[in-house]
Design a protein around this ligand. Structure first.
Ligand code: SAH
Length: 362
């Protein structure tokens, strides 16, 4: 919008922010909206394709719609478009960390990673987070707000377009707790797996959670077989409570019970994440206790050497401690991998690019 021809720019921007986001609507909702506007049923397919297949950034790109319809749509709806504010590119493996600015000025981080088996994007589900995990930078300033389904989709679409490459996997492991923004996240998963749009398979999506049992059970009933990753980080409640405030609310037993239910309902093997913090949760005894806790579950353990956060004094475990920890798990026939570090040279912990940006603002 041209600012010179818009003397009441502030007011217009306000209005723009309050419009419903067209990209967040399901196909059925979009069809209803168009029907209410007096449009023929086939229009829904056309508009959906512009939004999710061709990924239009502006209504003016939707050239096979009449100008009148485009104007009507623009008058009633907003189209989420993220603005890249910064990017860090790894010289080692091409990993890219993007800082995107949202329409209301909030910023979020998203990461692009290239593997042999395809391209993976790690997206944020909230601006900030209110879960308070001690070693995580995303939570240091608390929660700013939930992201809309359209804002999650745009991270995926935008990075794919910027790279000119296909996205094959999505991981919900950026800032935010996905299950604390449940409805929008489920909507996002339905949209990104819709065959009329990007059409990813639910199996190529991983949702990582700090462990909210009620929401895990709900998710099991959505008919969306995404991979569930549970952030464990400790083998007992006492240690877990030190690292993750959410563990004061839910015991490991409750959380694991919900995970077992998820596995029963979806047939998807659970992935347990365990960030190794030097001298805090990385001894052989703790590995033994973890093995006992997981027992004979059909699962996978992902060991993540902790990324030190400036504001906290946690350090990563030594190489040998990490290997020992993995060996103990394997002794008990638990499938374990050490997370391959992508973009080691730009690997400020999650949320630190955003924090750096926020700190430079008044
Ligand atoms: N809220 C979700 C997603 C968080 S990010 C969750 O709790 O799972 C994904 C993973 O990275 C989580 O397991 C999280 O605990 C972990 N993580 C966050 N900060 C980290 C850090 N500085 N070093 C290592 N792992 C970290």
């Amino acid at each position: 919008m041209d600012s010179l021809s818009q003397p009441f720019r502030g007011m217009n921007e306000e209005r723009e922010l309050h419009k419903a986001d067209l990209r967040s609507l399901s196909f059925e909702e979009l069809s209803e909206e168009l029907a209410l506007m007096g449009e023929k049923p086939f229009r829904a397919k056309q508009v959906f394709s512009w939004l999710h297949e061709k990924q239009a950034a502006d209504f003016s790109e939707m050239t096979d719609l009449s100008k009148a319809l485009r104007e009507k749509l623009a008058g009633r709806f907003a189209l989420t478009a993220l603005e890249p504010a910064d990017v860090l590119v790894s010289k080692l493996d091409g990993t890219r960390k993007y800082l995107f600015r949202l329409a209301d000025g909030n910023v979020i981080e998203s990461v692009w990673m290239e593997y042999r088996h395809g391209n993976s994007v790690c997206i944020s589900t909230q601006a900030g987070c209110r879960m308070g995990c001690r070693f995580c930078a995303s939570t240091l300033d608390g929660l700013a707000r939930n992201l809309s389904p359209g804002e999650m989709l745009e991270q995926v679409y935008r990075m794919g377009r910027l790279m000119g490459k296909r996205v094959s996997n999505v991981v919900l492991m950026g800032s935010g707790e996905p299950l604390d923004n449940y409805d929008n996240v489920v909507r996002f998963i339905r949209l990104v797996t819709d065959g009329r749009g990007l059409g990813l398979s639910a199996r190529s999506i991983t949702l990582s959670t700090c462990g909210l049992p009620e929401e895990i059970r709900c998710l099991a009933g959505e008919g969306l077989p995404v991979t569930l990753a549970l952030s464990l980080h400790a083998p007992n409640d006492e240690k877990r409570r030190e690292l993750m405030p959410v563990a004061r609310k839910y015991s490991l037993e409750e959380v694991l019970c919900a995970c077992d239910y998820y596995f029963e309902q979806t047939g998807r093997r659970i992935s347990f994440e365990y960030s190794l913090v030097g001298g805090v949760n990385d001894t052989r005894e703790e590995a033994e206790a973890l093995a006992a806790l997981l027992g004979r579950r059909n699962c996978h353990v992902n060991l993540i050497p902790v990324n030190p956060v400036r504001e906290r004094n946690y350090v990563r475990s030594g190489r040998q401690a990490i290997l020992d920890f993995k060996n103990v798990l394997e002794k008990y026939e638990i499938n374990a991998t050490i997370r391959r570090e992508m973009g080691r040279d730009i690997s400020g912990a999650c949320g630190q690019l955003r924090r750096g940006y926020l700190e430079t603002r008044p």
